[in-house]
Design a protein around this ligand. Sequence first.
Ligand code: NAP
Length: 246
Amino acid sequence: MVNKITIIGAGNMGGALAKGWTRAGMATDITATARTRRTLDDLVAACPNINVSLDNRKAVEGADAVVLAVKPWVAQQVIEDIAPELEGKLVISVVAGFRHDRIDVYAMPNIAAEFGQSMTFVEEAPRAKEAATLFERVGECRIVPRRLMEPGMMLAGCGIAYVFRFIRALMEGGVEMGFYPDDAKCIAMQTMQGAVALLRETGLHPEAAIDKVTTPGGITIKGLNELDHAGFNSAVIRCLKAGLGK
Ligand SMILES: NC(=O)c1ccc[n+]([C@@H]2O[C@H](COP(=O)([O-])OP(=O)(O)OC[C@H]3O[C@@H](n4cnc5c(N)ncnc54)[C@H](OP(=O)(O)O)[C@@H]3O)[C@@H](O)[C@H]2O)c1
């Protein structure tokens, strides 16, 4: 049973988890660390109930679970510094491409964890279910074999950035056609939300949903074919595969 979580590295990802877990109302004691006081002050401003510390070792004392969320190039040093305090604790890492003997569970969430909407992958391991229970509080979580961790990271961890880029493209098109940027953003987001809701509710394949929108000889199919001529599908697939095996 995890009652106390310590997050080492309260940056974009660690901070999102801290806020997400706090907002999920977990009856859990959450402590977060960072390199600078400023990061911790920002976090406290967003989550007044959170405990913060600049001392990683002290912060992990008494924790049930420790989540490593620093950049890959500092992870080795950080885990070696806290290693003496990790005995018996569930050690989870969200650090991309970093492996260490002392890590029990590798996880790959995304920053929508802050709003309870992460898509998280947890690598199969003896303690994977314990870790998954935590990530389920901040979105959807799947336990997958190691071979699917990198693809999962590209689809969801990095994928959220690709979705942002698609929204930006819709916005720019909207502005070119006459909408103000803020309006274009709202329209793009609501359209995306509608598409997701429709697929979720009906279980339709995206192409079957597209059939419902396209009139033979109409304007929707003209736009879709233009995307194909520009290599849209291929560009997305190449984008997802670009980060594999790094
Ligand atoms: N960002 C994402 O979308 C995402 C998604 C999945 C996984 N990840 C993984 O999450 C990790 C962090 O990425 P990020 O984007 O969140 O980076 P980030 O915003 O730079 O956050 C890293 C945090 O680590 C803190 N830090 C640095 N050295 C430290 C130390 N010695 N002890 C304690 N804290 C220390 C930094 O503190 P200061 O702020 O004070 O410098 C910063 O808050 C990476 O390994 C990445 O692979 C990120």
